[in-house]
Design a protein around this ligand. Structure first.
Ligand code: PHE
Ligand code: ZN
Length: 858
């Protein structure tokens, strides 16, 4: 297979610029005609030809300065125009086939509606173009369609519309803001429309329009209200205001990702738009609000200031994820948000860094750009932005952001430009800090502690190391802000004699540093990495009593939660060594009083009662025997339920969730209740509680909470069958049902999945269905995916071979768990690699899969 590796270091400024794009798109299911008129300017003194990208296009005709033009060459990758002109107009006629576009990139049909997806390199599937983000052009777009497509949408403001003869009509759109091609969008179809308005801080009225499938209007109100909250928040917190007369959001069922920030015309996976009490969980509501905000925030961080090249993706994504996280924290609660995001880091980003796909937040090499929309670029990228925020403080960060926008509005820039803007707002030298952009891997920090009884001195040494990753053999020490508290058994706080700790923060910018604390007590407990102040692992040597001291006296609620997670993980390790090993009775009494002490704080309590997932446990272990780790975790959960059922049940019965509402206190109450229910469900005597919650639920959070809990009971299949009858008309709800089936650790799970893939609502062409059934199995049914007869690995591989021919982007996402074999023992590794080899040997493998599979076998 011939593959082209693109390197960040090879960036060249464009040889030509395109200042205006005039598109006419005449829609037809299998033969859409696109006419593109471009104004092109040569850059600098050279005689290179004009190279345009194109993919799966049929060229119909070509005119240069309005004359037929034939001095060009055509290849699979594009069109090369040989001309001496410096300034010219090019008119390109192409034909495309949206109906047979199953990869969902470029123009495709979702249900009956046309829609586009151009990020990262999809515009080249619509017309020949310099499809790179540093080509910023002003677009005028005319959409022509049959009258059974009443809504014809594109970016910007509508400027003209009318009927044309043969039963067709058109709408012309003009977007005054120069933009890269990846932000182009077109939608045509028949939708239900929800309209509203928003008055910006400068008094401009903006029309807000939300387009959903016919009959789903009631499920759109929450998204529209979320949009208004996001618009207000960005004005309040960053002084950023919307810049067009109209903001449109369209919900579609067929979508590869979450949503897309096309200028003035966002296209969303319907799962991040539609939400109402009966069919959406609290998590769904949360996700809708946060994704709506994320795409809206891109209008400034991404659209007005965009990326110079795709290696800079984290410039817009890390920053925008950070912004949506801050927004969600303000709308809901900082603590549960922080825990949610740290879970993502530990479960998924640490795993990526430990695999052959490890890359810095600003990658150096890419084969298929779609493979780099990763947890590293997005979530670790957001953690890096958060560290700027921690170091500069909210005001300093705001000054840096103001400067960033002021300097670069209307430009396509780099991560270095962002760092430079932040640098202008602080005295701190950020040059060492910037290494976070180029160094991959998860740093590990540790703290050694010696007490000298004679002098009454505690000596601490804080160290860092970053293990080598697949992409980088040697690592340098990073600039790490470590939030730290030092407390004694009564919770008194201590400061260091050297004054290295400032406002609870110590900067670790060398391999190690030492400090001392004087105290009469021998028992000092250091509390590290408050609020997860840096995306690192902590090697925590504390014993149970130290962890409990943190839980009882720690100031930072994140640390208190984290101490419990460490404690559970320790217990599971002991059971991993010997599943019959007894757990000290005192642990249960300690836990019981810890639980009782937090009864008034259901938010922290609910989170503290969650046992670390299998995936999280994997990140701190090597040479894993999956069956043993699963058994150890199950055994711990069972003991937990048995030993604590009384106090848990007591709390369960006393949590009042009231009449259904989506608000913070109700969400917290339901969350805590459902976490407890999942524990109790492991005990047969609580089966009826699960059934009763299922019977009486008036909202999806409680229905689904009951179903999840039922996974440990005998009533699972019965309840699932009832659920199906109730919800078989609603594909988004059925996705949850597919996922619950797929994560059942039962022996005939593969037969079940095969059967479900024949379900009338299932479709191999729909990414949401595929992710919920096959993705959930590969990512979260650890026991059966990792079965030692290799059947789980083979099953997923067989499926990927089918899927790759249809939608390689989704296939390359689902292959992830198979490529993350590094932490498992040799038996697992061998079986996983055998399936990866099958993929690699497959003729016609997509470059999406090729990149990930070949790296993981290298
Ligand atoms: N840019 C989108 C976002 O993060 C994600 C996306 C990437 C969507 C590529 C589609 C294709 O908001
Ligand atoms: Zn984004």
């Amino acid at each position: 297979m011939s593959v082209h590796v693109k390197k960040r270091a090879d960036y060249q400024p464009p040889a030509f610029l395109i200042s205006t794009v005039n598109l006419t798109v005449n829609l037809h299911p299998t033969a859409t005609r696109v006419v593109s008129v471009l104004t092109i300017n040569r850059q600098g003194d050279h005689n290179k030809p004009l190279v345009l990208d194109g993919d799966k296009l049929t060229l119909k005709s070509l005119l240069l300065n309005k004359n037929d033009f034939s001095d060009f060459t055509l290849s699979d990758e594009g069109l090369t125009i040989n001309t001496d002109e410096d300034t010219f107009e090019l008119e390109i006629h192409t034909e495309i086939d949206p109906k047979n576009n199953k990869a969902l990139e470029g123009l495709y049909l979702s249900g009956g509606a046309y829609c586009t997806q151009c990020e990262a390199e999809g515009f080249r599937r619509i017309t020949y173009f310099m499809d790179r983000p540093d080509i910023l052009a002003v677009y005028t777009v005319t959409v022509v369609g049959d009258t059974d497509l009443p809504m014809l949408l594109s970016n910007g403001n509508p400027v003209d519309k009318g009927q044309i003869d043969d039963g067709k009509h058109f709408v012309t759109w003009h977007d005054p803001h120069p933009k890269p091609s990846y932000l182009f969008a077109l939608v045509a179809g028949d939708f239900d429309l929800l309209s509203d308005t928003y008055t910006t801080m400068s008094g401009k009225e903006v029309a807000l329009e939300l387009y959903v499938d016919k009959g789903k209007k009631a499920q759109g109100h929450f998204a529209l209200a979320s949009l208004k909250r996001a618009m207000k928040w960005d004005e309040d917190v960053f002084g950023l205001e919307y810049d067009l007369d109209i903001y449109m959001i369209v919900a579609v069922d067929f979508f590869n990702m979450g949503a897309m920030e096309n200028k003035g015309l966002n296209v969303f996976n319907s799962k991040f738009v539609l939400a109402e009490q009966a069919s959406a969980t609290d998590d769904d509501f949360f996700n809708v609000e946060s994704v709506i905000a994320h795409e809206y925030f891109h209008n400034w961080t991404g659209n007005r200031v965009t990326c110079r090249d795709w290696f800079q993706l984290s410039l817009k994504e890390g920053l925008t994820v950070f912004r949506d996280q801050q927004f969600s924290a303000d709308m809901t609660s900082p603590l549960s948000n922080r825990i949610k995001h740290v879970r993502v880091m530990r479960e998924h980003q640490f795993a990526e860094d430990a695999s052959a796909m490890s890359h810095p937040i600003r990658p150096d090499e890419v084969i298929e750009m779609n493979n780099f929309y990763t947890v590293t670029v997005y979530d670790k990228g957001a953690e890096v932005i958060r560290m700027f925020h921690t170091l500069l403080g909210p005001e300093g960060f705001r000054r840096g952001m103001d400067e960033y926008i002021k300097r670069h509005d209307g430009q396509a820039v780099t991560c270095d430009d962002f760092v430079a803007a932040m640098q202008s707002a602080t005295e701190i030298d950020l040059s060492h800090f910037a290494l976070w952009y180029s160094q991959s891997g998860t740093p590990e920090i540790s703290l050694s502690h010696q007490f000298n009884a004679q002098t009454g001195k505690h000596n601490f040494t804080l160290s860092q190391t970053t293990p080598a990753t697949a992409d980088q053999a040697t690592k340098q020490p990073l600039y790490i802000p470590v939030a730290i508290e030092i407390i004694d058994e009564d919770g008194n706080q201590y400061v260091d004699e050297q004054g290295l700790i400032n406002n609870g923060l110590i900067i670790l910018d060398t391999p190690s540093l030492s400090f001392s604390v004087s105290a009469t007590t021998e028992k000092l407990t250091p509390v590290l990495l408050g609020n997860f102040s840096a995306p690192v692992k902590v090697d925590n040597p504390l014993e149970t009593d130290g962890l409990l001291t943190i839980f009882t006296h720690g100031k930072d609620p994140f640390n208190r939660w984290d101490a419990m997670q460490t404690l559970y993980s320790r217990c599971i390790s002991a059971l991993y060594d010997d599943v019959t090993a007894p757990i000290e009775a005192s642990l249960w009494t300690d836990l019981e009083s810890a639980i009782k002490s937090e009864q008034g704080n259901l938010e922290l309590l609910g989170e503290c009662l969650v046992i670390p997932t299998f995936e999280t446990l994997c990140q701190t272990r090597k040479d894993i025997d999956v069956a043993r780790l699963v058994a150890a975790r199950n055994q711990f959960c069972l003991l937990f339920a048995q030993q604590l059922s009384k106090v848990l049940n007591h709390i369960f019965l006393h949590i009042d969730t009231g009449d259904y509402a989506y608000n913070q206190s109700a969400v917290i109450a339901r969350r805590c209740k459902n976490v407890i229910l999942a524990h109790l469900a492991r005990l047969p005597e609580f089966e009826h509680v699960v059934v009763s919650q299922f019977d009486n639920a008036d909202n999806m959070t409680d229905s689904l909470g009951a179903l999840k809990a039922a996974q440990y009971t005998r009533v699972f299949e019965t309840l699932m069958a009832r659920f199906e009858t109730q919800w078989c008309h609603d594909a988004l709800v059925l996705d949850k049902w597919f996922a619950l089936h797929a994560t059942q650790p039962k022996d005939d799970i593969l037969a079940t999945i095969t059967m479900l893939s024949e379900h009338p609502q299932f479709s191999l062409g729909n990414p949401n269905r595929v992710r919920s059934l096959v993705g959930s199995f590969a990512f979260y049914n650890s026991e059966k995916f990792h079965a030692l007869d290799g059947s789980g690995y083979k099953f997923v591989t067989d499926y990927l071979l089918k899927l790759d021919g249809i939608n390689p982007q989704v296939a390359a996402r689902i292959v992830t768990p198979l490529t993350q074999w590094q932490g498992f023992n040799a038996d697992h590794q061998q079986l996983m690699k055998a399936q990866l080899a099958r993929l690699l040997n497959h003729k016609g493998l997509s470059k999406d899969l090729f990149e990930k599979v070949s790296k993981s076998l290298a």
